[in-house]
Every structure is written in C-alpha cells, then in structure tokens.
Design a protein around this ligand. Structure first.
Ligand SMILES: [Zn+2]
Ligand SMILES: [Zn+2]
Ligand SMILES: [Zn+2]
Ligand SMILES: [Zn+2]
Length: 507
C-alpha cells in the first residue's frame, strides 16, 4: 500500500490489527503541521435527516416553485441551474429524469426531507460504476456494521424503504443495484463519511475511502481540512510531532464533550466503545473534565470509577464518598436542561448575564474545568465584546480581564485534548489577544504600565496571533476559519507596526 494513485501526497501507510482492522500510521517521523496525506472524495452529497437543500451547493430551503432543476424537478437553486458543472447535473439528474422520479415538496412545518437521504448513496453507486477499481480496492472494504445497524430495527427499516426500495422502485435501478449493495453503501456512509462545508458555508457529507479509515481517539493527533474550492479535496496534517510508525487518529466525536457523552455518541453512531487513554482515565488526563464536586466534603471531587461503563459508581478521591451513576447522570441532565434553556434565549445582555449566573451556581456542583462549565465559558467568550451593552469598546478593564480569563481556562482544556494544530484553539487564541491588547493600552494610558511593560504585553499578544495565523493558514480561504485568518493577519500587521512605533525611547 505504499503507492496510491489517488493520493498525490502520502506520508502514511496502512496497517492491520485483529482488534482495530485497518488503520493508518505515519510512514516516517513527521513534524506537526506537515501534510500526511491528501485525497479527493469518492462522492459527496447532502446530509441525512436534513432539510430540503439545493443539490448543487447545499443551500437550505430553495423555493419549491422557482428553484428546481429544469430536467428532473429536484431542488436546485438558480445559481446552480445556470452552472452545468454542478454535482447534481453531472451525477443523478439523468437517473431521476429518465425514471420520472418526482420530488415531493415538504409539507409546511416539517424540516426533515427523507427523500433527499437517497442522493448521496446514489452518487456513491454511480461513482462505483464509473470507477469500479477504486470501489473494489478502497470503498468496498470499508466498515459498515450491518449487524449492529440491524439492531435498530426502525432505522434499518426506514433506510430500506426510503433509500434501497426507493432507488430500486421509483428510480428504476433494480437491475443495476441490489438491495444488499445499497444497504452496504448506506452503512459505509453512516460509519465513515466526514462532514464538510460548502464554499457558501452549508453542511454536507463526503466519503474519503483512504482517509476514512483513520482510527478514532478522543485526543486526536491529526487535523483534517476539506477544500470546497479544490473539488472538496481533504488534507490531513499532523497536529503534533509524530514518530515513525505512530498510529494516526482523528476524533469522530466532539472533543469538548465529557466521557459519558462521547461514549454514547460513539456507541450509537459508530458502533464501538472507545478505550483510549482519555476515556479510561477517571480524571480525563488530569483535566477533571467530567468530575463532580463532592457533596460530603469541602475539598474533594467525585470521579467515575470505570468511566466507560454505564453502571460505574462515582467516588470522591478525598473522603471516599460514593454516588451511583444514575444519580450523577440525573444531576447532570438537570444542569444540562438549565443550560439549554439559557442557551436558547435571544443573544444579548440578558443571556450573557444568565450564563454568568449559571457558571457561579455550578461552582458548588462541578469541577471548575467540567465540560458543562467549559461550554458556558465558550458561550461567554463569544458574547463578551459582541452583544449589545457588552461591545468591546465599552468593556471596563474588569470585564476585559474576565474575557481573557475565560479564554485561558478554555485553552487549558484544549491544550490537553486538541494540542497543536487545532482550529478551536486558534479561535480561542484570537479571542484572547483582543482583551490583552486593550488592557495593555488602557493600563499604559492610566500610567499603570511603563513603556517597556506595554511593549512586553503587546509582544505576548503578537505571539498569540502568530500561532493563530499559523494554524488557520491551512484553511480554505472562503471558510469561516479562512476568513478569520485574514482578519488575524491584519491585526498582526497592525500590532507589529505599533510595537515598532513604540521605539526604544519608552524604556
Ligand atoms: Zn445551489
Ligand atoms: Zn436534475
Ligand atoms: Zn476515547
Ligand atoms: Zn469527598
């Protein structure tokens, strides 16, 4: 597997173990940020359980009267109709129009369009006919967990009716694709597809046959970026320095969830229970990301004895008091419900103050770095400096200090779970630099900082911005992160100029 014609760069190789199946390793020592491999998708298309979207650019809710394909009648926005190079016209349009398979607009009030669930499986099947060799060598061996999927009888049945029987019946493909093959494709997509964003920012799914076999770990060591402007090519980079032969991992779940949520998500969506170092460690690598404040003593925290088991008990490391998992989960659910209620408030001063109130309240219930507290901090970081009444220019020093402290606490967790090349870290580095610059300037004006101290503070902010730019520079220019990279570069330039302008006379 050393040469691979669909991969233009490849510093990885495939290994196999009875426990994990196929997985990727670094072929040689690779410094952080270096490209490990890049690959074009086998197929891409709309997400499952989504709204009606344009089948060219994935923009949601096209006008059913105006925005549809003139050939087949399926949803296609005006822009995409004008551009024959769109995926819909190149892939499934002729199948749908030849079969006269009609698209039925959603009834008012429903947001999920099951009819579109067949599009990406159909594109995979058409790509299989186009490139049987790549299908046989790369896609067919991908995991699809048929037995586990069948256990969810309702979902299996819905997929069979909405996708397999729909493609073989109304789309008249029964002679080309068996039901078994279609269900295999549905499973391959469910287990292996990556979510991407179109250049307009709308979500979609892509299937990368080689990169898709990356194993999971709750502390990833690779970072993937998908480039809509290059045919949705994926580039996989080393997040941190890698040794020769080191297994490569990506996280298939949200890194800033606690162990029990990650386990649930992986069991339900990916059909396995993760046994990584982070999952097996009751303190989640010393962060105490899931730890609860002990109700029996003043200083202790309760941690799950067996974090990956649903019947674990929780124990305080100071006094030994225990709590059942049922009790612990019940408490967490009630906190989560409170958080959700506050989160759904209109974005403004009231919401910000409510989030601060919850964070104060949870001090007596959760470890300070607990994932619920971390989630609240992320909300606050977004709001301080942006919502009405808390705009950046109006924030007093004490509130600027608050924003900086929030960023540092979130970064403390991210440095453990997503070290190195992480978009979320880059966003937080950017957020942190703003209050630091403003505080340095106001401190200088108020005479609290001398010139040398001012310069030192600004140089700290320059370091943060530099790292932010170095991470985001790899992103597609049109993506949200790519745009932020441009903004950060400008800020970096200005800040560098103002530090140079300070000269040496201030010392
Ligand atoms: Zn479109
Ligand atoms: Zn069409
Ligand atoms: Zn894990
Ligand atoms: Zn205790």
């Amino acid at each position: 597997m050393t040469s691979n014609p669909t991969l233009s760069v490849n510093r990885t190789s495939v290994e196999w173990s009875p426990l994990c199946g196929r997985f990727l390793v670094a072929k040689s020592a690779t410094p952080g940020r270096e490209i490990l491999t890049e690959e074009l998708p086998f197929a891409l298309g709309p997400k499952c359980n989504g709204p009606v979207v344009c089948l060219g650019c994935y923009e949601p809710d096209p006008d059913p009267e105006e925005e549809h394909c003139l050939e087949c009648g399926w949803p296609l926005c005006e822009d995409c109709s004008r551009n024959e190079d769109n995926h819909h016209s190149k892939m499934e349009c002729s199948v749908l129009s030849d079969a006269r398979a009609r698209f039925f607009p959603l009834p008012i009030g429903s947001s999920h369009c099951p009819q579109l669930d067949c599009i990406l499986p159909l594109r995979v099947l058409l790509a299989k006919e186009e490139d049987p060799e790549r299908w046989d060598s790369k896609v067919a061996p991908m995991e699809h967990h048929e037995e586990e999927r069948k256990k969810d009888a309702d979902l299996w049945h819905a997929d069979r009716v909405n996708i397999a029987q729909y493609l073989r019946g109304p789309c008249k493909l029964a002679s080309r694709f068996s039901e078994e093959l279609i269900m295999q494709v549905v499973g391959i997509l469910e287990v292996n597809a990556f979510e991407a964003r179109s250049s307009k920012g709308y979500p979609l799914r892509c299937l990368f046959p080689y990169t898709g076999i990356l194993a999971h770990n709750c502390v990833p060591n690779t970072c993937r970026s998908i480039y809509p402007s290059e045919g949705y090519k994926i580039r996989l980079r080393a997040m941190v320095d890698l040794e020769e032969g080191q297994p490569l991992h990506h996280s298939y779940t949200y890194t800033l969830d606690g162990t029990s949520q990650r386990q649930n998500h992986l069991k339900q969506g990916k059909f396995f229970s993760c046994k990584c170092d982070r999952c097996l460690d009751p303190t989640e690598l010393g962060t105490h990301f899931s730890s609860l404040k002990c109700g029996q003593c003043a200083e202790g925290f309760q941690v799950p004895r067996e974090p990956t088991e649903t019947d674990t008990s929780w124990i305080c490391s100071s006094c030994g008091a225990t709590t059942s998992n049922t009790e612990a989960q019940k408490m967490l659910q009630s906190l989560q419900a409170e958080v959700n209620a506050v989160q759904s408030l209109e974005n403004g001063a009231k919401r910000l103050e409510e989030v601060e109130r919850l964070l104060r309240k949870y001090k007596s219930l959760l470890h300070p770095l607990h994932y619920i507290a971390t989630g609240l901090r992320q909300l606050l970081i977004e709001m301080y400096g942006r919502v009405k009444g808390y705009e950046m220019v109006q924030l007093p020093d004490q509130k600027l200090e608050r924003k900086a402290e929030l960023c540092r606490q979130v970064l403390r967790v991210l440095n453990t779970f997503e070290p190195g090349l992480s978009r979320t870290r880059a966003m937080n580095l950017y957020e942190l630099h703003v209050p630091l610059v403003l505080l340095a300037k106001s401190g200088f004006i108020a005479g609290k900082l001398k010139g040398g101290e001012l310069r030192a503070r600004l140089v700290d902010a320059i370091d943060l911005l530099t790292e932010c730019v170095e991470i985001l520079e790899f992103e597609d220019k049109s993506s949200q992160e790519g745009v932020l990279c441009g903004v950060a570069k400008q800020a970096l330039q200005q800040l560098t100029l103002s530090v140079e302008g300070l000269g040496s006379e201030l010392d």
